[in-house]
Design a protein around this ligand. Structure first.
Ligand code: ATP
Ligand code: MG
Length: 659
């Protein structure tokens, strides 16, 4: 695929530094009869995507509850292999392994300003009150804990830089746990946190981690793309995600054809398609000419009936932002009719405007009758002509029923501190702000205005970037190229955090000139359990999983075609012992099942090499099958060990197998 955006100068480094791995399980062999293996012929109803189905069917995982899975022995071997690769590459960068508490006092999160955002609204932190009445959170991430330790332990520039990592379970009460291990509520993560005396040192470690991540994913046999990412709730400046490209991915990635630009759509920028000016008949410069548009409340209806282009329209969205201090701020968002809202960009813009005075932004929801009803908001949405809104919609529509004021009639209990702001925060995307004349709603049912201008509406919008870049848009860095899209699974994320947490949690050190200053920080995550499933999503066929050799639970499966045949049993046992003694990881399928059943299971669980001991056993012949691609060869049993050793050592060194 043309998606490898690994820059040329990094590619060389990557190849040089492939570390021949010390296999974690060298020589550990096992009989399938002892493996508690339960494979399923039917696809379990709970699974939607292929990798989830295959992990369930092949006996790798079982679901205990929503987003909570048991890792069965086969998967545990895969996870330990991934972990070993991650550990080796982290250690090679000089990072120190540690293990931090999962139970985290609320007080730390209050100090960083994240408690409310992580526990209220759409917050994802499981939290509880202990028997002393103290609040605790179950670690979704560890910035607060590690920064508190850094404040205690790091005193002088002489101790810097340091990078600490851990590999352990994380807890997140995801809004939509799904796709098995892809989005669990309990999952395994490697997280690392670095501390520095200055920004250059942070950048240096960030690029070392970038390289280490590329090596990790390459060694795990994954094709990944590094993309510019949004820094989200975690804060900070530069950040990059590593995406496993796969159709089932939840993220949309936009890349330029030459590979020099790649970004998560949440963050991506582009040149918007040019807008076609309104026909000369429509006079610009005023509040627009009224146009009767009965029943034409959608862009398609309006364009269909009057021949407008979507890019000549300004559409207006009505949303409600909730802040940690209880403020409910109505938002009026204006976008060019042919553009879509990027919710992440919007949340960042709203946070930047409100967070300082009103605390963390908890959520942004469409202002709908359901929301008004469920939240008992003192608003009369009937007074708002949805489908016919203009950017100059008057704040008066938020007055609601004058008999219901804040805190009165139980509509908004003042005890909860909730407060509805009775004026809009108006935000306008640049593509809309730049239109000289446009069509927009008349703020009255069944009517629009044609040829309106911002000045004519009495508005002076600040142009913001709120639109979603799309596949097909021209690239900013080179308008001759267009953005292409692909789906991706985020397996890793690296951030330059800066001093956000060290300032909030007072983690300071003494610099070379004897002055105290806040530490610079970076943080670096890999979703270990998600990575295991992403590998299946990228490596499977119609018959089952095709594990990359480096992370397969076993390297070889020896299948006895007919356990009634003493010759077959004897030869298989000999090979099993011989291969195991040679340090290979071998499964022996010694079950008294039919050969066909055992072959199907071997394909399903995806062991890279299958040795079939069947009729040829009488003359010392076996069949060797490569799982990926299905290539078969007959060979003398006596030659098997040498052939496999050559193949598997090659696999371990990260050289892609040839199908
Ligand atoms: P996402 O955007 O997918 O929710 P995130 O950006 O919140 O993930 P980070 O905080 O960057 O995730 O966590 C580091 C890594 O942990 C991610 O790159 C991902 O691989 C993994 N991860 C995050 N959430 C989950 C989850 N619910 N289940 C499994 N792995 C996860
Ligand atoms: Mg992330």
């Amino acid at each position: 695929m043309g998606l490898d955006v690994c820059p040329g100068h990094l590619r060389g480094l990557l190849q040089e530094s492939v570390i021949a791995s010390a296999p974690v399980f060298a020589g550990t062999s096992m009989r399938v009869s002892r493996l508690m293996l339960v494979t399923l012929r039917e696809t379990p109803a709970e699974a939607e995507i292929t990798s989830h189905k295959l992990l369930l069917r092949a006996g790798y995982i079982r679901r205990l509850s929503s987003g909570i899975y048991a890792y069965l022995p086969l998967l545990w071997r895969v996870l330990q292999k991934i972990t070993a690769i991650v550990r080796q590459e982290m250690d090679a960068t000089g990072a120190l392994e540690t293990l931090l508490p999962q139970l985290q006092p609320a007080e730390l999160w209050e100090r960083s300003g994240r408690w409310a955002g992580y526990t209220a609204g759409e917050g994802i932190m499981f939290h509880l009150t202990d028997r002393q009445g103290r609040e605790l959170g179950l670690g979704p991430t560890h910035e607060e804990v590690i920064t508190t330790l850094a404040a205690d332990l790091l005193r002088s520039y002489r101790q810097l830089p340091v990078n600490l990592y851990q590999i352990q379970t994380k807890f997140r009460d995801e809004i939509r746990p799904r796709f098995g291990l892809m989005r669990g509520r309990e999952f395994i993560m490697k997280d690392a946190y670095s501390f520095h005396g200055d920004e250059d040192s942070l950048r240096q470690t960030y690029s070392e981690m970038d390289l280490a991540y590329r090596r990790i994913f390459q060694r795990c046999g994954l094709r990944t793309v590094a993309v510019e990412a949004d820094s989200g709730a975690i804060g900070g400046s530069a950040s990059q995600e590593f995406m496993v490209t796969a159709e089932a991915g939840e993220d949309l990635i936009l890349t330029s054809a030459d590979g020099s630009y790649a970004a998560n759509q949440e963050r991506a920028v582009s040149v918007p398609p040019e807008a076609v000016p309104l026909a000369s008949g429509a006079r610009a410069g005023g509040a627009g000419e009224p146009l009767s548009t009965p029943g034409q409340s959608s862009i398609e209806q309006l364009c269909g009936a009057h021949g407008f282009e979507a890019g000549q329209l300004v559409k207006v969205l009505l949303l409600l932002a909730r802040c940690a201090d209880g403020q409910l701020q109505p938002l009026l968002i204006s976008l060019r009719g042919d553009q879509q809202l990027n919710e992440v960009k919007l949340a960042n813009a709203v946070s930047a405007l409100l967070a300082e005075s009103h605390g963390a932004l908890l959520s942004i929801d469409p202002l709908t009758p359901d929301l008004v009803r469920n939240d008992k908001l003192p608003l009369d949405l009937g007074a708002i002509p949805f489908g016919y809104l203009g950017p100059d919609l008057a704040d008066a529509v938020l007055a609601g029923d004058p008999s219901i004021r804040d805190g009165a009639s139980g509509a908004l209990p003042s005890a909860s501190g909730t407060r509805l702001v009775r004026s809009f925060l108006r935000l306008t995307d640049a593509t809309a702000a730049e239109l000289a004349a446009f069509v927009c709603g008349a703020n009255a049912r069944d009517g629009h205005r044609v040829g309106a201008s911002w000045a004519g509406l009495g508005l002076r919008p600040e142009p913001l970037d709120l639109r979603a870049a799309q596949s097909g848009d021209r690239c900013l860095h080179d308008p001759d190229q267009c953005l292409q899209s692909a789906r991706g699974i985020e397996v890793g994320h690296i951030f330059q955090l800066g001093r956000k947490y060290s300032e909030a949690l007072e983690a300071r050190f003494t610099n070379e000139s004897g002055a105290e200053e806040a530490l610079w920080m970076g943080c670096y995550g890999i979703g270990v359990s998600r990575l295991a499933q992403a590998a299946v999503e990228q490596h499977h066929d119609a018959d089952g999983i095709c594990w990359p050799e480096a992370i397969a639970p076993f390297e070889v499966i020896v299948v006895i075609a007919n356990t009634q045949e003493a010759v077959q049993v004897e030869l298989a046992e000999t090979l099993y012992a011989e291969l195991g003694a040679a340090g290979l990881e071998v499964l022996l399928d010694d079950r008294s099942e039919r050969a066909g059943v055992k072959f199907k299971d071997a394909d399903l669980i995806g062991i890279p090499w299958r040795v079939v001991v069947g009729r040829g056993a009488a003359t010392g012949q076996v069949e060797l099958v490569r799982r990926a691609g299905g290539e078969k060869r007959e060979l003398a049993a006596s030659a098997l060990r040498a052939v496999l050793e050559a193949e598997i050592v090659r696999g371990r060194a990260g050289v892609p197998a040839q199908a």
